[in-house]
Design a binder for this molecule. Structure first.
Ligand code: ADP
Ligand code: MG
Length: 469
């Protein structure tokens, strides 16, 4: 079956949403929420407004044509499957441009002609809870996640047959726990589609259990979980203090464990802080393996940003990538959010993503963690790196190694200290602002020309920002 093209209307938008549309949109929205990173969901879908539902055509309002293009460009397949999943295959989506948005110069409706027919029934999100975008390939390896990743791979290789049962991955928010759990599930399903895999967040587990008990269907609930080959239970810290649910969980856990099935858990707390959960699991089974996952280091962050750019088909300048990687140190999800925001910002304004634009667009996101680096720190560290006295950077000497180090120190001061060209010049022995500009351009060019040099600069930046704290 070929679905008709999805359209965008540029006028005749009703002012009030009708109830049918609201009711139809709700499950679509919540399925989207489950399948997308929070930031992407928030940026692109939360702002859409259901307007009408007529003859199986659901019309939603987009704030601007840009939204429409972005959504169709990036999420068309996902929308196809979610809409047909939730509303039936006959249902179609149509967009309407919000009143007051600029419909751009030419208003004829844009039609997206090559919507692909749905080849297979999309796997329902509810069934195994897996989201195909989280795989090992899309997970960037770095020192702080190497162990957790290796353990996850080992488990995917032979679920239930390693000594890593249960496997517990713990670490802070936004560091890839869910990603790894999902990757295990996807990998296991890919290798052996007959294995029954179930991913569930502890919150959903809790809700389902409460519902099941209320409806007197506790047994069915329990049987469903006892029948899986691989149980991936996310965020178990949420079960702490929920005694009844915990009890149920232990029974399921026990049954699976006895039957040699694989269990993987994640927690944002270390096991010793999982009161009630830890003692019972440990005393009864002993942890198979506990591994923690820490915030990615700078190089890993750069690699993650580069991968995201590739996924989103955008290309960014090296200094913009490094700017994002420098600023978002503790949470990959926030870093992704920043990137999405930046790309949206640039497309809305039709402008190129320069470092200036990045700083502007992300100002409010980074302000809290903005570090105040002072010029002296930059001078001291650069001088130390090149084995010269810091005073030499300020002096008039023009011999090669000193001039070289000076240019680097000026370029880095400009980048890290939030000073103008003129201010930086003044701190380097009263040099002219064009000298600083020249230094920045030279350093930028060297960076492009030599990977080794780029790495050297990255290492310096890391040292400076680490020392600044
Ligand atoms: P957690 O469950 O630990 O809070 P998530 O697994 O949801 O974190 O990760 C947050 C986002 O960051 C996800 O979109 C995930 O794909 C991404 N992410 C985290 N770590 C990595 C990594 N090492 N490589 C690629 N993407 C990552
Ligand atoms: Mg998570």
């Amino acid at each position: 079956m070929t679905l008709p093209a999805r359209r965008i209307l540029t006028k005749s938008v009703p002012a009030e949403a009708d109830d049918d549309a609201v009711a139809a949109w709700e499950p679509v929205l919540s399925a989207l929420r489950q399948s997308l990173p929070e930031q992407a969901f928030h940026t692109w879908f939360e702002t859409l407004r259901p307007l009408s539902l007529d003859d199986n055509v659901l019309t939603v309002e987009v704030p601007s044509r840009f939204y429409y293009e972005w959504i169709e460009g990036h999420y068309a397949n996902l929308l196809d499957s979610v809409v047909s999943d939730q509303l039936g295959e006959a249902c179609n989506l149509q967009y309407a441009l919000a009143n007051g948005s600029r419909p751009e110069a030419e208003p004829p409706p844009v039609t997206v002609t090559d919507r692909k027919p749905i080849a297979r029934a999309p796997r329902s999100l509810a069934e195994d809870g897996l989201n195909e975008r989280y795989t090992f390939t899309s997970f960037i390896e770095g020192p702080p996640n190497r162990f957790a990743r290796a353990a996850s791979l080992a488990v995917s290789d032979a679920p239930g047959k390693t000594s890593y049962n249960p496997l517990l991955i713990y670490g802070g928010v936004g560091l890839g726990k869910t990603h790894l759990l999902q990757a295990i599930g996807n990998e296991v399903s890919r290798r052996d589609p007959d294995l029954r895999v179930r991913y569930i967040s502890s919150e959903q587990f809790l809700n389902e259990f409460v519902e099941a008990v209320k409806a007197n269907r506790g047994d069915r609930f329990s049987a469903r979980y006892r029948s899986v080959d691989l149980l991936l239970m996310d965020d178990v810290q949420l079960l702490v203090g929920r005694d009844r649910t915990l009890m149920e969980f232990f029974h399921i856990f026990n049954a699976l464990y006895q039957a040699g099935r694989q269990i993987v858990l994640s927690s944002d707390k270390p096991p010793r802080e999982l009161n009630g959960l830890d003692e019972r699991l440990v005393s009864r089974f002993g942890w198979g393996l506990v591994c923690d996952i820490g915030p990615p280091d700078f190089d890993t962050r750069v690699a993650i940003v580069e991968m995201l750019c590739e996924q989103e088909a955008v290309s960014l300048y090296g200094d913009v990538i490094e700017y994002i990687a420098e600023r978002f140190t503790n949470n990959v999800r926030e870093m992704q959010g920043a990137l999405i925001r930046l790309v949206a910002h640039a497309s809305l304004n039709g402008s190129d993503i320069t470092l200036e634009l990045a700083k502007n667009a992300l100002r409010d996101l980074v302000s809290v963690r903005e570090q105040r680096v002072d010029v002296e720190t930059v001078q001291r560290i650069v001088a130390d790196h090149y084995n010269i006295a810091p005073d030499m950077l300020i002096a008039k000497l023009r011999t090669q190694p000193i001039a070289h180090a000076r240019m680097i120190a000026m370029a880095l001061s400009l980048r890290l200290c939030h000073l103008s060209l003129k201010q930086v010049g003044a701190r380097f022995g009263g040099r002219d602002h064009t000298t600083v500009l020249h230094a920045r351009e030279r350093v930028e060019r060297w960076r492009e020309e030599s990977e080794r040099f780029a790495a050297e600069i990255a290492a310096l930046v890391r040292r400076i920002t680490t020392e600044t704290g």
